[in-house]
Ligand binder design. Structure first.
Ligand SMILES: [Zn+2]
Length: 391
């Protein structure tokens, strides 16, 4: 029966099936290794459309059953607020609601999930899905430095300094406004306070100048929680240029490769940049948020994402390893954050064995694969925590 069904499939589908069938060795390694994914946008989705992630939720890219199936151990939950939410005065409330959501997973299903506040607690929670929290956009801090401690106390362990627009802390790579020419004076204080507390500085999304400022100020390594290399997307400043990636590595940090097709594909990232510029112009011209969102939707329809495979992520990892070295590369998928625009064989947290299979086929040793999957990120987090003031 199986053979007949297989014969009826068009050739391209056979390719997809083949790619999605990782070897037993890859499955085993995915289960054995500690997989740390530094960017999953599940909490943001929960605010608009709550689902019980302790069970199966097929329309999402992260839930408990698929995390177990894929061998995922430490998915960082992104506490995301947009520039628009900040400007509407909603960032504080939305961030706190998302934190409540993540904490509730661990309290409702303590047999399945554990809130993770320190890398020292990974070992004792093996078997559970551990949930550290990273705040994507420092907007909820407002202009009050004491809120950095507040969010540390609520469990936040990294902060992406800004998102789609320049904020009170740093300039964004999505726009050319360069309000501060890098970090703001307040942003410099925020970075120092994060160092003091042991909150990781995440340099994804910030402008090149802001990244240079961060590296000048920080006492400890930094991470890029979900980024790619600009080498593959020359017009798109959201991805890192080689020289700054090398600087991150020189300071001991790690670059976590994102899986979204926009990070991987030159044409899509170029179109995406043009779309973003047009949306910025509409905003300046006084168009309503509804009009801008309608344009965004239509643009997505007119410019479908390319059909990519895991090889494009593997190419990115190969390149990253070549430029910054095996000790400075990890993974930050951006699952649940890129509208499903992902390689066809890397669609959700259950697909990590596909990535592992690809790494094995490209000749990486098991020890090196463990570094990429999570070892590097845990080393960096441990170093940052060790340098923090005891409190
Ligand atoms: Zn992001």
């Amino acid at each position: 029966m199986r053979r007949i069904a297989f014969a009826l499939l068009p050739l391209c589908m056979i390719g997809v099936l083949h790619a999605a069938e990782p070897s037993a060795r890859a499955r085993q390694l995915a289960q054995d290794a500690i997989i740390v994914d530094t960017h999953i946008d599940a909490p943001e989705n929960a605010i608009g459309d709550w689902n019980d992630l302790t069970g199966s939720v097929p329309k999402r890219e992260f839930d408990y059953p698929r995390a177990k199936e894929g061998g995922l151990d430490v998915p960082w939950m992104s506490i995301f607020t947009s520039a628009e939410e900040d400007q509407a005065g909603k960032a504080w409330t939305i961030a706190n609601l998302q934190i409540d959501f993540v904490r509730s997973l661990a309290t409702r299903a303590p047999d399945k999930f554990a809130l993770l506040l320190s890398p020292q607690d990974v070992e004792k929670n093996i078997g559970k899905i551990m949930l550290p929290m990273g705040m994507e956009n420092g907007a909820p801090i407002g202009d009050d430095l004491s809120k950095v401690q507040f969010f540390f106390d609520r469990g936040i362990r990294y902060i992406t300094l800004c998102h789609g627009e320049d904020n009170r802390i740093a300039d964004s790579s999505y726009v050319d406004t360069a309000k501060w020419g890098g970090l703001s004076p307040f942003g410099e204080k925020v970075v120092a306070e994060m160092n003091r507390l042991g909150i990781i500085v995440d340099v994804s999304h910030i402008s090149d100048d802001a990244l240079r400022d961060v590296l000048r100020i920080t006492d400890v390594p930094v991470i890029a929680s979900h980024s790619g290399f600009r080498h593959f997307t020359p017009t798109w400043k959201r991805n890192l240029p080689d020289d700054l990636a090398k600087d991150i590595a020189k300071e001991g940090g790690v670059i976590q490769i994102a899986f979204g097709t926009v990070f991987l594909d030159a044409k899509q990232s170029k179109e995406w940049g043009e779309k973003r510029a047009q949306m910025g112009a509409m905003k300046k011209a006084g168009k309503s948020q509804a009009e801008i969102e309608a344009f965004d939707k239509q643009f997505a329809k007119d410019h479908p994402a390319p059909v990519l495979h895991v090889d494009t992520v593997l190419d990115h990892i190969d390149y990253a390893v070549k430029v910054v070295g095996i000790d400075h590369v990890g993974i930050g998928s951006d699952f649940d954050g890129v509208s499903g625009e992902l390689p066809v064989d890397l669609k959700s947290v259950k697909d990590f064995p596909v990535l592992v299979d690809g790494l094995l086929k490209r000749g990486y040793s098991e020890a090196d694969i463990r570094k990429i999957l999570g070892g590097n990120m845990l080393r960096v987090w441990t170093a940052i925590e060790a340098k923090a003031e005891k409190h």
